[in-house]
Design a protein around this ligand. Structure first.
Ligand code: NDP
Length: 331
């Protein structure tokens, strides 16, 4: 038997979440290359907030165990790459949406979806980073690929006190960039400076409709907010600059003109973590293992037990949660 959070769809299409004891035979079948994992830690991401609250149609199969990421230890494997005792991480691949996810003591997944947990991270560190930190690293890699180097100028991070934002600030600062953080939480300015932000701006600077072209300031942007914020960020990016867009905390719309692209050669790069190639995942996690230390994990993450996740997950959607929430599935 194992404990899991289970989501069910009620007749009125709302979502009911409960903590259950399940038999291992309930774990979903994996056609080939299946790996059984004893989950050690999972985490709460924005998407988990949507799934558990039922606020957005994130869940595609019912019943569903939510949790888009987890870290743990392989218990049984029919996949050539994995054997019992291996320490693994999973991010995305539709886990927690179309396939049972990490908010459980056990998971059964396709071995192709797993990445080896790099030293010196432990499963709790890995989930303190989680999908948010891994996505922030993919965004940083997207900026680098376009030649945005530390000396190139200031980098704007929006939604800075959130999970993606916190890691974007810290990873950029540790790589030598000058980071300007935009946040709706004035009280978190010191937190953001501690992570490495050189300057903190209020969220309102970017949140309302703005001009198609604004004063050029950013050499690069990491945006997890979308909507007017992303539009204003593009409009104030310097000639030849790069904007990495990965989120929609303000909204899914993008009310902007082509002016930044055709007059300033600005590049808007989409970053998806869910279906990213294995090679990029491995590269991102190896870099995270080198860049993230205990002090960063301690500053960004707090730990809760599995049962608490049901109540805490929806609070992420209000934008009031700082940093990351790690779920100890055995607590
Ligand atoms: P969090 O909730 O931790 O962070 C989101 C942050 O956005 C908030 O903390 C807040 O930061 C800011 N925010 C919230 N509401 C608003 C608003 N109305 N207007 C402007 N800013 C707002 O979520 P995550 O960091 O986990 O995820 C952030 C986004 O990135 C989500 O949309 C998520 O779905 C997406 N994402 C995408 C991935 C991908 O693969 N593309 C992977 C992971 C996440 P502050 O108060 O500091 O402004």
């Amino acid at each position: 038997m194992f404990r899991a959070i289970v989501l069910e769809q009620k007749p009125d299409k709302s979502t009911a979440a409960s903590l259950r004891e399940l038999d291992e035979s309930a774990l979903p079948a994996v056609e080939f290359g299946g790996v059984d994992v004893d989950v050690v830690a999972s985490s709460l991401n924005y998407k988990d907030g949507l799934a558990i609250s039922g606020k957005s149609p994130v869940v595609r199969k019912w019943p569903m165990v939510p949790g888009i990421d987890f870290a743990g230890v392989v218990r049984a494997s029919s996949h050539a790459e994995w054997e019992p005792g291996d320490r693994v991480i999973l991010n995305g691949w539709g886990v927690g949406e179309g396939h049972w996810g990490g908010l459980a003591q056990k998971a059964r997944v396709n071995g192709d979806w797993l990445v080896r947990l790099p030293e010196p991270l432990d499963p709790f560190d890995a989930m303190a980073i989680g999908t948010a930190g891994y996505t922030a690293m993919l965004c940083l890699m997207a900026l680098e690929k376009r030649g945005v180097a530390p000396g190139a100028g200031e980098i704007l991070v929006t939604g800075a006190s959130g999970g993606v934002g916190s890691y974007a600030v810290a990873l950029l600062a540790r790589a030598g960039y000058r980071v300007v953080a935009s946040t709706g939480k004035a009280a978190e300015a010191d937190y953001l400076r501690e992570l490495g932000a050189a300057e903190v701006l209020p969220r309102e600077t970017f949140a309302a409709p703005g001009k198609p072209l604004q004063k050029e300031r950013w050499a690069g942007v990491i945006d997890s907010v979308g909507s007017h914020t992303l539009a204003n960020a593009c409009a104030s990016t310097r000639y030849g600059g790069t904007v990495a867009a990965c989120g929609l905390a303000q909204g899914m719309d993008l009310p902007l003109t082509v002016a930044p692209f055709i007059l300033r050669s600005v590049a808007l790069i989409g970053v998806d973590s869910v279906m990213a190639t294995r090679a990029r995942r491995v590269q991102a996690w190896e870099r995270l293992a080198r860049a993230v230390d205990a002090s960063l994990v301690g500053a960004v993450a707090r730990r809760i037990g599995l049962a608490e996740a049901i109540e805490v997950a929806p609070t992420i959607l209000g934008g009031s949660v700082r940093g990351r929430i790690v779920v100890d599935v055995n607590r």
